[in-house]
Design a protein around this ligand. Structure first.
Ligand SMILES: Cc1cc2nc3c(=O)[nH]c(=O)nc-3n(C[C@H](O)[C@H](O)[C@H](O)COP(=O)(O)OP(=O)(O)OC[C@H]3O[C@@H](n4cnc5c(N)ncnc54)[C@H](O)[C@@H]3O)c2cc1C
Length: 428
């Protein structure tokens, strides 16, 4: 296992550099290192580090399997998740959407509720085991360019020293800070999905039993706000409220605890489940978080995970999309390295596949936030839509969902697809 100490010098040339050691960075690195390429992951924080994004969905299975993580997940303490259910403000809980109604019970249909400090550490260790070099506590400060192509990065070490590392391709996996798309003015905010989330943790609160113990519960409050309720190991639960900022701060309430506590009273199921428990740790907030990059690639550069696109978290698609993009990106980079051709055009299928996935989820997210939409109405009229909805909610996002979208369009309008995600056009 290669574990670089900061005192060890980095090589000056790699096949690929990943900016960021989250799920996108470490999955890209694991696949490329398995192919025998020289790979460097540069991570600003020191792991384990806190992150939100704790509920996985079934289609994380395939990329996790690809990088050898499934046995490690099975051996972990992470709570097993078999379903998602929805709860009305009066506390009435829907029949859970069980993933095993669509997928193999022993594999895809069972996923996990993780803590990201532990999960991301496992992913980082896994990438190291495959042969990737990982430096922590080191920040990428600038892309190095020559003849309009990215040729590596400038990094700042913990002692403040600046140095340069070169690679044939740099993959921006910097998360929703979106290192490249922000600096290149490629970052476009979603026209509608600009919500605010406030969250915290409880210990000892009430849990469902049996198969439902690890279910994600989405619990509604007025004005299309919703709680996530994610049971974790060590008797902890992650609970967050997502809504329009002006709804959450109505009557001038700004204190995070006060915002959170007021919303708890808006949903009977959440109130009842948290009443038995004890709030622990901090309250967190994030806002305005759905965005897209106009381009997926440029000469010497590729974007993956949240750095490429980030969608409202209502259906917990973020880690699945990050892992999927990491594996897909790495496969194409491997082919490009072998062919000695890493021109942006090679990444067109990557951009298309990832945008198709994002757009399918995005349609469902838009429908969800429409006041006139309910899953129940759609399934009552079209019982076969239940399976299609479960597929999309499970993350099978590269399927053809056109039949589902035409059914849902009878209830609420769906958004036009955004014209983003191709490689940056090359100057003639
Ligand atoms: C409120 C909220 C709730 C969410 N809930 C869920 C959920 O339940 N399920 C789910 O799947 N997803 C969820 N997500 C989404 C999830 O957090 C992300 O989609 C996921 O973390 C993306 O992984 P990533 O590897 O692209 O980025 P990240 O996990 O953000 O990793 C990026 C890494 O890059 C590093 N980095 C950044 N800049 C630099 C730099 N300049 N130099 C070096 N390193 C750098 C960072 O330190 C970080 O470690 C949620 C998101 C939010 C905001």
């Amino acid at each position: 296992m290669k574990q670089l100490l900061m005192s060890q010098p980095l090589q000056s040339n790699y096949d690929a550099i990943m900016i960021g050691g989250g799920p996108a960075g470490t999955s890209t690195a694991a696949v490329l290192a398995s192919h025998g390429h020289r790979v460097l992951v540069i991570e600003r924080d020191r792991f384990p580090r806190y992150r939100i994004g704790e509920s996985l969905i079934p289609f994380t299975y395939q990329p996790l399997e690809r990088i050898g993580m499934i046995p490690k997940m099975r051996a972990s303490s992470f709570v097993k998740k078999y379903s998602v259910s929805f709860v009305q403000p009066d506390g009435k809980r829907s029949q859970p959407f069980y993933f095993h109604t669509r997928y193999d019970k022993e594999t895809v249909a069972q996923t996990w509720q993780v803590t990201r400090a532990e999960f991301d550490q496992m992913m980082m260790d896994n990438a190291r085991e495959k042969g990737a070099e990982v430096v922590e506590g080191t920040t990428v400060t600038r892309l190095l360019t020559e003849n309009d192509a990215t040729v590596g990065v400038e990094i700042k070490s913990p002692d403040g020293t600046l140095s340069e590392v070169r690679a044939r391709i740099t993959v921006d996996c910097s998360g929703k800070e979106a290192f490249t798309s922000t600096r290149n003015s490629w970052r476009v905010r979603d026209p509608f999905l600009n919500k605010v989330a406030v969250w915290t943790y409880y210990e000892g609160s009430k849990r469902e039993c049996g198969l439902d113990e690890g279910a994600t519960t989405i619990a509604f409050v007025p004005e299309k706000g919703w709680f996530w309720h994610i049971p974790q190991h060590n008797d902890r639960v992650s609970v967050g409220i997502v809504a329009e900022g002006k709804y959450l701060t109505r009557d001038g309430v700004r204190d995070l605890k006060a915002i959170f506590d007021r919303e708890v009273l808006q949903n009977e199921w959440i109130r009842e489940h948290l009443a038995e428990g004890q709030q622990v740790g901090d309250y967190f907030i994030t806002s305005e978080y759905s965005h897209h990059s106009k381009y997926c690639a440029a000469p010497g550069l590729l974007l993956a995970g949240d750095a490429f696109a980030f969608l409202d978290p209502v259906f917990s698609s973020g880690v699945m999309l990050a892992l999927k993009s990491g594996v897909l990106a790495a496969d194409l980079i491997h082919q490009g390295l072998e062919a000695n051709d890493l021109s942006p055009a090679r990444f067109e299928p990557y951009g298309q596949a990832m945008r198709q996935g994002v757009e399918n989820m995005r349609k469902l997210v838009y429908a969800f936030y429409n006041p006139d939409f309910s899953f129940k109405d759609v399934v009552m009229k079209y019982p076969e839509a239940s399976g299609e909805l479960t597929d999309c909610l499970s993350g099978d996002v590269n399927k053809d969902f056109s039949a589902l979208w035409s059914k849902i369009s009878e209830f609420v309008p769906l958004p036009d697809e955004l014209p983003y995600g191709k490689p940056m056009p090359m100057a003639a």
